[in-house]
Structure formats: structure tokens, C-alpha cells
Design a protein around this ligand. Structure first.
Ligand code: MG
Length: 288
């Protein structure tokens, strides 16, 4: 039976993009409810400036309350964040590279080539410290400022990141503008060129194409996806981007296709209720 791995990003990507700021105790509660579903990988927070992203402050305190450190990843924007994560015993870090200069400047105030240079150092240190490193290749299909992103350019950037020993590339349709044809074309090219590389995908449901894009990716050889309980979140720097692909929609579709995820859909719907209660939002997933 096929196995698709789900990387739940609600506690980070979801919570940082809503108005309400949850306490560490509430974030803990959400993560525990997600762990009960059988989800093995959870992006639990980030080590970023608390002025830039107040919702993610005290991620270290949160880590200290949690017990399955091997199952968690945290997002880090720079070397400082990397050192903090390492000091808290984090085993997996995610970094972000927006592939267009306009978007990368908005996101971390750096041109693309500067970020790539900084990432080289972080990936090397991760490798040496036995910390699994991932890189989000963000706005990989469309940029809200620069439009369609050229696939051959993305392929080239991915090659550089892989040379720097990043362990996983997450191809991200950050604003939810990609369609299945574009997805299958880019992912097939990438999995063909970089045969030994680990790829996963991050989709948004802006145009109701999240699940179709997942299917296109599976057909192109991808077996790992980000998703977000209740379709929480969006992107503060990407105008009009709606929520992430909802975990319950993803698991629901895969279950109908007899593709195993190891996640219990009923328990996922309970975790969704926890997310609704904690955030006070009516969430966007359609599987309930
Ligand atoms: Mg997202």
C-alpha cells in the first residue's frame, strides 16, 4: 500500500497568519491534539524576532513542554535562529527562500543571492550537527509581484541548494496560484534531474486547486505534503493568499484513494474542533 507522509504546519504556518495570538499552553494543546491523530511530523513554531512574528514568541518554552522532539521541526530565518533552535535540542529545521527578489525582500529584506549565501552556512552547520535541514522554495510557480516564475530558474536554484547539502526541498505554491499542469511539469522535471533528492510540496487552496495539485505531485513521484489543520493561515506578505491546504481534506482524499497516511480521520476532526475553539475562527477545510 502506498504511504504518503503528512507534515502538519498548523501550529506554525497556520497560527502565525491569524490575528489572535495563542498562549504557549494553547499552542501545546493544539499540538497534543494533532499528535493524537497519528501525525508524525509537526512544524511547531519558529525562532524569529518576536516583533516580526509575535505569535511565534516563546517557541523554546513550548519545546520544553513537548515530549517527541524527533517529530518536530521549527522554522528559522537566519543563523541566530539556527543557534537558538540547536540550543533547544531541535532535530529538524526549515528555512525559507522566496525565489523572486521582490518576494524575498518583502519576506526577509534580502535579495535572493544573499539568502542563498546565508543558507549555505546554515545547511553546513546543520549537517555537522546532525540536524535535518529543509528549505522552502517559496513562490516556486507564481509570485504576487513578479508573476509566473520560470521553471528552469527554479530547477537551477534547487540545484544550488542541494549542492549545499540541504536534506529536503519543499516546493511551495505560497499564494495558491499554481494549477496541476504546472505542478506536474515542475515536479516531474525536478524528480528527473535530481533523482536522489528528497522533495515535498506545500500547497494553498486559494483557487480550490490544493487537492488537484497534490494529485499531480503524487503522479510526479512526490510522497510527502505539508498541510494545515482546518486550512488555517495564509501569508502576510502575499496579498490575497488564502489558507493552507487543510489536513482533513488531504487525509480524506487519500483515504478515499486507499492511500495510507497513518492518520486517523476521526481524530483529525477532533483536532480540528480544538483548532476552532482555540482560534475562534470558522475554519476552511471541507471534510467535516
Ligand atoms: Mg503556507
Amino acid at each position: 500500500m502506498d504511504l504518503i507522509t503528512i507534515n502538519e504546519v498548523g501550529p506554525r504556518d497556520g497560527l502565525q497568519n491569524i490575528k489572535k495570538i495563542l498562549t504557549v499552553g494553547e499552542r501545546f494543546q493544539l499540538i497534543r491534539s494533532l499528535e493524537e491523530t497519528g501525525i508524525k511530523l509537526i512544524e511547531i513554531g519558529s525562532f524569529v524576532s518576536k516583533n516580526a512574528v509575535p505569535a511565534m514568541q516563546n517557541t523554546g518554552e513550548l519545546i520544553n513542554k513537548l515530549s517527541n522532539i524527533n517529530n518536530y521541526s521549527v522554522l528559522i530565518p537566519n543563523k541566530k535562529g539556527f543557534i537558538e533552535a540547536k540550543n533547544f535540542g531541535v532535530k529538524e529545521i526549515c528555512t525559507v527562500l522566496c525565489v523572486t527578489d521582490s518576494m524575498n525582500l518583502k519576506n526577509i529584506n534580502q535579495p535572493v543571492n544573499q539568502t542563498i549565501k546565508n543558507l549555505k552556512d546554515i545547511f553546513r552547520e546543520s549537517h555537522e550537527s546532525n540536524i535535518y535541514s529543509k528549505c522552502y522554495v517559496s513562490v516556486a510557480f507564481h509570485c504576487p509581484y513578479e508573476g509566473r516564475v520560470d521553471a528552469s530558474y527554479v530547477e537551477e536554484i534547487v540545484g544550488i541548494l542541494l549542492d549545499y547539502q540541504v536534506k529536503e526541498i519543499v516546493i511551495a505554491d505560497t499564494i495558491g496560484a499554481a494549477n496541476p499542469k504546472e505542478v506536474s511539469s515542475l515536479l516531474s522535471a525536478l524528480t528527473n534531474i535530481y533523482k536522489d533528492a528528497k522533495f515535498s510540496c506545500h500547497f494553498h487552496d486559494t483557487n480550490a486547486l490544493g487537492l488537484a495539485n497534490v494529485f499531480a505531485s503524487i503522479e510526479s513521484g512526490i510522497n510527502k505534503f505539508d498541510s494545515c489543520i482546518g486550512g488555517l493561515g495564509g501569508c502576510p506578505f502575499a496579498p490575497n493568499s488564502s489558507g493552507n491546504l487543510a489536513t482533513e481534506d488531504l487525509v480524506g482524499m487519500l483515504e478515499m484513494m486507499n492511500i495510507n497516511t497513518g492518520v486517523n480521520l476521526d481524530k483529525l476532526l477532533s483536532a480540528r474542533e480544538v483548532a476552532v475553539n482555540l482560534t475562534g475562527l470558522s475554519l476552511k477545510g471541507r471534510m467535516f
